[in-house]
Design a protein around this ligand. Structure first.
Ligand code: ADP
Ligand code: ZN
Length: 368
């Protein structure tokens, strides 16, 4: 090696996200967490790394070392894990910290963690002084394939999940598949619900990679991560602020999924497990309402099983689920609108499902 040779070039796949006037890169590659500073390329500015206790215990040190090596002054704020952290109270503590650091608009907030940290730190970055630079460094599978791409940031308020939020695109997203090695199994399954959703919506190579990927769920092929990020980026690119209706397709499996999540008090089923059941319901309804052929529906159901998602609905009352379906935040004027499939890779949005069929599909989820 020549003495003046700099560090080896960063080996990573790059996916460009174009959201309105903003453009940013999602870099995917093993070992990237340690090279975040280099990727940020903002010497002589400061960074606040926001993380949770679990993630920080594994990955904070390497991230801080990389930032310092790149000449960035860095501080960390480590929060308790869990949804309760996504609150206005914790948000205020984050503002305090940024204020005390004297952070300004050229400085960077690094969100190192799952969806909770990405949403919270993202919202703080979006609003502090009308916007600091945001770098998303997702460490859960769910956040890598879904939450970290697309610019939705929020905290919960009273009963409302993501009630205070906005759209704020990051400057950069860094995805290091090595971080998935320590992810608890339940979180792996949660990520797979969204991966299966993307696969069924996208069809083609994305679906093929998804079907191949279930053999090793905890260590997804980087090509699968890339395909999922590309799919999400394409949808977001056509509807950056959820106004054109294109983004609505991402609600596939979520109308029934959310109802199940709420009916189970957010304890019986995780988001991913509930969405897995919601996807089963959506496939069943697609066969009856939008002409999905039985073979394709069966393919989807088998994929959900192979992904380790629940086979049937247990431990919640059917009547509660049926009642909650119409109450979905995205239901237009009381009528539940569903995303269904005409075929794999061809979603139909805004499908009205008659109430009796809504009850029938819940009964099927319990009895299957
Ligand atoms: P999601 O991305 O599913 O919204 P959260 O931010 O709630 O996830 O994170 C889920 C849980 O997984 C939290 O307890 C978090 O601390 C933990 N976690 C996140 N990433 C990792 C990781 N790479 N290794 C181990 N635990 C992790
Ligand atoms: Zn989801």
């Amino acid at each position: 090696m020549r003495p003046d040779a700099g560090p080896a070039p960063v080996a990573a796949v790059s996916v460009t996200v174009r959201a309105g006037l903003e453009t940013y890169e999602v870099r995917i590659g093993a070992g990237l967490l340690g090279r975040l500073g280099e990727l940020c390329d903002r010497p002589a500015t400061q960074a606040l790394v926001v993380s949770d206790e679990n993630v920080a215990s594994w990955y904070l040190e390497r991230v801080m070392a990389g930032l310092e090596a790149a000449g960035m002054r860095s501080a960390a704020m480590v929060l308790p894990p869990g949804e309760q952290t996504k609150s206005p109270v914790v948000l205020a503590a984050l503002y305090d910290r940024l204020y005390d650091l004297g952070a300004g608009r050229h400085d960077t907030v690094v969100a190192l963690g799952g969806g909770v940290i990405g949403d919270l730190a993202g919202y703080a970055a979006a609003t502090f002084q009308r916007g600091l630079r945001l770098v998303q460094a997702p460490t859960t599978l769910l956040a890598m394939v879904d939450a970290a791409v697309g610019g939705k940031v929020a905290v919960d308020f009273r009963e409302g999940k993501n009630y205070l939020g906005t759209f704020y695109q990051p400057a950069l997203v860094v995805e290091d598949p090595d971080a998935l090695a320590t992810l608890p199994e339940r979180e792996v399954h949660g990520g797979w619900a969204e991966i299966v959703k993307h696969g069924l919506l996208a069809g083609g190579v994305t679906l093929a990679l998804t079907e191949a990927g279930v053999a090793d769920k905890a260590r997804p092929d980087p090509r699968l991560l890339e395909a999922d990020v590309r799919f999400k980026a394409a949808v977001v690119g056509r509807d950056p602020r959820e106004t054109t209706g294109v983004r609505a397709m991402l609600n596939f499996g979520h109308t029934v999924g959310h109802a199940i999540e709420v009916a189970g008090g957010f304890a019986r089923y995780s988001h991913g497990e509930a969405v897995g059941l919601g996807l089963r319901a959506a496939l069943w309804l697609s066969e009856r309402l939008t002409g999905l052929d039985a073979a394709a529906a069966g393919r989807g159901q088998r994929l959900l099983s192979a992904a380790g998602l629940p086979e049937r609905l247990t431990g919640v009352a059917a009547a509660d689920v049926a009642r909650l379906i119409g109450r979905d935040k995205k239901a237009a004027a009381g009528a539940a609108r569903f995303v269904l499939l005409e075929e794999v890779g061809r979603p139909a949005t805004g499908v009205v499902v008659p109430p009796e069929l809504q009850s029938e599909v819940v009964a099927w989820l319990i009895g299957r």
